[in-house]
Design a protein around this ligand. Structure first.
Ligand code: SF4
Length: 170
């Protein structure tokens, strides 16, 4: 599994980690709109579709740098957001091992997936996650003012088929 990038969100006090690789599902679902020239219906992260860009999730140099970053900004990081690409299309053991690695930092880990709740067998991941954001981007169901409060603060979600489910409220 490859990790393309990290960045910090001050708004959510979250370290964001971007996993490489997706099958472009949302563009397939939204092709009717894309083919009629609506660019807003396209995936916003097509550069992350390639499964081969970035650092290996087991690379000790990358993991050490990540650990240093988390320790250095510990007081500013309440959450770790796992974005894609699509995390649930990754090698499951690699994903599990990476989540286990970051679990020890004692942050609330939120995994963002385009799959719907129950679509993938991910119960083994539950102990390592605080919450999961489910659902693909549907242009047909898009909304600019759809807000989910499950994390305890407002988070805009792009279409009303999406939702956040808190798994371990600790
Ligand atoms: S799951 Fe994410 S990266 Fe994949 S097509 Fe949808 S929005 Fe794009």
């Amino acid at each position: 599994m490859k990790l393309a990038a990290t960045q910090y969100s001050l708004q959510f006090r979250a370290l964001e980690i971007y996993i490489s690789g997706c099958d472009g599902f949302c563009d397939t679902i939204n092709c009717k709109y894309i083919n009629s020239g609506i660019d807003a219906a396209r995936c916003h992260n097509p550069e992350l579709w390639d499964f081969n860009i970035g650092s290996d999730s087991r690379d000790p140099i990358f993991l050490k740098a990540l650990e240093e970053k988390i320790h250095q900004f510990d007081d500013l990081i309440n959450y770790i957001f796992i974005f894609g690409g699509e995390p649930l299309l990754q090698n499951r053991k690699d994903l599990y091992d990476f989540l286990m690695t970051i679990f020890k930092y004692n942050k609330r880990v939120v995994l963002f997936t385009r799959f719907s709740e129950g679509q993938r067998n991910i119960e083994e991941l539950y102990p390592l996650l605080y919450a999961i954001k489910y659902g693909h981007f549907s242009y047909e169901l898009r909304s600019e003012d759809y807000v989910d409060y499950s994390l305890g603060f407002p988070m805009n979600l792009a279409s009303i088929n999406q939702k956040i489910v808190v798994i371990n409220n600790v």
